[in-house]
Each structure stands twice: as structure tokens, then as C-alpha cells.
Design a protein around this ligand. Structure first.
Ligand code: NDP
Length: 434
């Protein structure tokens, strides 16, 4: 805390992970001898840069860009870019730190990184977004590469932004290097099923967890916070598995549709027209819109999937969910539940799927995109989806196994942290003091 003052989100992420590791150090003292803890919390590199751009009125605007290259023990840095006004060093570091262990859990050879900017794409024209994004890449290009660092999307960075970023990189470098970014359009090196991967992956993971207790999505009532990339495809897969998703949200409020959210309307509003969620009720007047996104946790459900943003579900929300007899929580967003909320879920026997494990499907398929780019071939949707399902099942089983081996059977927070950490720590030791 002394070295990184004012970085509360980063401290929160580090605390959650370190609390999980105490039994690991008792069993494997070499991690203490090699001072892995102090080394792993220090990024290998953190880049901060100026992003000047010109708005539609001809005025010069300035934003701040970040890229943290946190850990390359098991592969090139990999992690998304977030464009959101709340982005700062603490947010980028918490996301980058979590990414190290998440990427390790996927079983793919990818290290941990993250980046972004405090730029707010909301309310900006396409041309403004393009000018900003091109300026962002004009600095970022010198730090990335297929074997160095491979960014992807995150909040505020979707297909449009990745396209502009890719175009600018190509223009500066004068070469077509498909493997410098993932989440690309299908026509220029993207992977089928990448758009769906994080949301589908969350549901695959939660389904494994439910099945271990004889439960399932079939016939369940589900709420999903957010209405962006992760949320939309979590809803799609949950419905495919027989659930009814009755509520979703954006940063202004939430909708409740007792008949089940109409996915075609949601996709049209959010993916095509970039409109607010409140407009859903213009098309479906029987549905209800409520101001205030946190109200979504008051909607009774069997399964809640927080898929919007960090710390969106606190102990107060957890208490309401528990009193409404929620059976399972699956984190689609990064660190959506506070530490206090997680404790409440564990103490009340609510099944809990932590983000690090449950939302790793996106980066796993990004890694499959890199593999397709390197070999210059494309797999079918079904092939990628099948690999994603296998990866999510493996992450679940490895996390469960680690939780049992280290004396906390079924605690997937501890299990996933340990399973992810050991692989990274062993490879840091193998590569010497670097
Ligand atoms: P998007 O930008 O596509 O969507 C984010 C959604 O969350 C929007 O609907 C946004 O609403 C909403 N939102 C933001 N803040 C709040 C809030 N306080 N309460 C309710 N809703 C809110 O981002 P993604 O779907 O890509 O990312 C969502 C989360 O998933 C993030 O935590 C991200 O780090 C994580 N994640 C994403 C991956 C991916 O592959 N995309 C991979 C792994 C994790 P509004 O439009 O009003 O801003």
C-alpha cells in the first residue's frame, strides 16, 4: 500500500489472491524463498501515455492511455483494452494482475497484461472514436506484437474499436500482422465464436458447478447485470440451456421482463443502434424499466450473473439475493463482487463461480485466435465452441481439485487462485531472477 497509494482496486485484487495462498506457502516454501509474492505484484512494465485527438468541433482533446505488461512467465502479455472514464492506474493494474492467473488457468501459453484509456466512447461520433483510437495506437504500436503483447477488447472496446486499432497499426508498420490484436472482424483474421466466448464460457462454467449439486440452468430464473458483450452472450447461452432470463441492466437502470428478455431486441438496441436500455420498453411495453442499476439484485432469481463491472455487487446486494434464495452466482465481469459479498455467499452455501475462472473463456478463445493467425487457418464456429467447452470444463475441474488438495473443498475462489498461481510461480522460478 505504501508503494502503490490510492490504488484501492489493485489492493483489493491482491488481497483476495494472497488470502487464498497461505496454505500454498506452507506446502511449498520455495515460493517464499524466491520472493515470488513481491515479484508478482510488481508489473514487468507499465506504460502511460498522452492521447491527443481532435473532436468534431475542431477542438483538441487529451486523454491518458495505459498498458501494463504485468507478467510474461508463461507467454506474451495478453489482456484487453478498456475505454471508460473511470480508467486509471489502479483499475488497469487490478485487471492486469487478475489476468495473470486467469490466463494461466486457461492452459494456454499467455502472460498477463491490460490497458486502456479514460476516454468515454459514449456520445461520441464514429469519426471521433476513430480519431481517438488511431491516436491511441500511434503510441501503443511500439509496445505490442504477436510474440510480445497482444491486446483485445474490454468495456468500451468492441468490434468497431478493434477494427480502427488494427487499421492504424497496419498503416504505421506497413505490414499485415494479424496476430497483434484479438477480437478482430472475421474478414481480417478474427476467430468465429470470439464475440460469444466470454458470455458462453461463463454459462458453461456455471453449468459444471450446478451439475455437481444436481442443479442446472434448465427451468431456472436468471438475472444478468450489464447489457454489453459479456451479458448478451451469457443471456443467449443461458436461454439455450433452458433458463428464463428476466432482468438485465446498463449503468443507468435495469429492465424486468417477466416473459424473459427478448434477445433480438437487446442485440438491436445495444449492438446495432448503441441506444440506452430504457428504450426496450418502447418495443415491449409489458416490460418494466427502473432507474438505478443496482436494483437488479432485488429481482428474485435462482442464478445471478454479474456481467457489468467491478464492485457492482456488495454485501447489501448479496444479503438481498440470499434472502431471495439465490442458488448460484457466476461472475462474468472482472471482480464484480466485493470481498464481503463473496464471504456472505460462501457462508450461506450459495455456489460461487469467481471471475478469474468463470470469465476466462474470452481470453481462451483469443488465444485460439492467435493460434489460427499463426497457422493461417480458420476453424469453424463449432470447432472453436467445442474447444471453449473443453477449456471451461478443465478450468472448473482444476480449480475444484486445487480447492480439495489445499483443504477448502468446493471453494472455487481459493481453488482457481491456487491453480493459476502455481503454474506462473514455477515458471518464474525456472527462468531465474528476472
Ligand atoms: P461492454 O462495454 O460491452 O458492456 C459493459 C456493460 O456494462 C454495458 O451494458 C454498460 O452499460 C454496463 N455497465 C457499466 N457499468 C455499469 C454499472 N455500474 N451497473 C450496471 N451496468 C453497468 O463490456 P464487456 O461486456 O466486454 O465487459 C463487461 C465486464 O466483463 C467487464 O468487467 C470486463 O472486464 C469483463 N470481461 C470482458 C471480457 C470480454 O471478452 N469482453 C472478457 C473477460 C472479462 P452502459 O452502456 O450504460 O455503460
Amino acid at each position: 500500500k505504501q508503494r502503490n497509494p490510492h490504488e484501492s482496486e489493485f489492493h483489493q485484487a491482491v488481497k483476495e489472491i494472497f488470502l487464498s495462498l497461505t496454505t500454498v506457502f506452507a506446502k511449498y516454501p520455495q515460493y517464499i524463498e524466491h520472493n515470488i509474492l513481491e515479484r508478482i505484484v510488481e508489473p514487468e512494465r507499465m506504460i502511460t501515455f498522452r492521447v491527443p485527438w481532435v473532436d468534431d468541433k475542431g477542438k483538441v482533446q487529451v486523454n491518458r492511455g495505459f498498458r501494463v505488461q504485468f507478467n510474461s512467465a508463461i507467454g506474451p502479455y495478453k489482456g484487453g483494452l478498456r475505454f471508460h472514464p473511470t480508467v486509471n492506474a489502479s483499475i488497469i493494474k487490478f485487471l492486469g494482475f487478475e489476468q495473470i492467473l486467469k490466463n494461466s488457468l486457461t492452459g494456454q501459453a499467455i502472460g498477463g497484461g491490460k490497458g486502456g484509456s479514460d476516454f468515454d466512447p459514449k456520445g461520441k461520433s464514429d469519426l471521433e472514436v476513430m480519431r481517438f483510437t488511431q491516436s491511441f495506437m500511434t503510441e501503443l504500436y511500439r509496445h505490442i506484437g504477436p510474440d510480445i503483447d497482444v491486446p483485445a477488447g474490454d468495456i468500451g472496446v468492441g468490434a468497431r474499436e478493434i477494427g480502427y486499432l488494427f487499421g492504424q497499426y497496419k498503416r504505421i508498420r506497413g505490414s499485415y500482422e494479424a496476430g497483434i490484436l484479438t477480437g478482430k472482424g472475421i474478414g481480417y483474421g478474427g476467430s468465429l465464436a470470439r464475440t460469444e466466448a466470454t458470455g458462453y464460457g461463463v454459462v458453461y462454467f456455471v453449468q459444471e458447478m450446478l451439475q455437481s449439486k444436481g442443479l442446472s440452468f434448465e427451468g431456472s430464473t436468471v438475472t444478468v447485470s450489464g447489457s454489453g458483450n459479456v451479458s448478451i452472450y451469457a443471456i443467449e447461452k443461458a436461454v439455450e440451456l433452458g433458463a428464463k432470463v428476466v432482468a438485465c441492466s446498463d449503468s443507468n437502470g435495469y429492465i424486468y421482463d417477466e416473459k424473459g428478455i427478448d434477445l433480438a431486441t437487446l442485440k438491436q438496441l445495444k449492438e446495432v443502434e448503441r441506444k440506452r436500455l430504457s428504450e426496450y420498453t418502447d418495443i415491449h411495453p409489458h416490460a418494466m424499466y427502473f432507474e438505478g442499476s443496482k436494483g437488479i439484485w432485488t429481482v428474485p432469481c435462482d442464478i445471478a450473473l454479474p456481467c457489468a463491472t467491478q464492485n457492482e455487487l456488495d454485501e447489501y446486494d448479496a444479503e438481498i439475493l440470499i434472502s431471495n434464495r439465490v442458488k448460484a452466482i457466476g461472475e462474468g465481469a472482472n471482480m464484480p463482487s466485493t470481498l464481503e459479498a463473496i464471504d456472505l455467499f460462501h457462508n450461506n452455501e450459495v455456489l460461487f463461480a469467481p471471475a478469474k475462472a468463470a470469465n476466462a473463456g474470452g481470453v481462451a478463445v483469443s488465444s485460439l485466435e492467435m493460434a489460427q493467425n499463426s497457422s493461417r487457418i480458420s476453424w469453424t464456429f463449432e470447432e472453436v465452441d467445442a474447444k471453449l467447452q473443453t477449456i471451461m470444463k478443465n478450468i472448473y475441474e482444476n480449480s475444484l481439485k486445487a480447492s480439495e488438495e489445499f483443504g477448502e473443498p468446493g471453494n472455487l475462489v481459493i481453488g482457481s487462485n491456487i491453480a493459476g498461481f502455481i503454474k506462473v510461480a514455477d515458471n518464474m522460478i525456472a527462468q531465474g531472477v528476472i
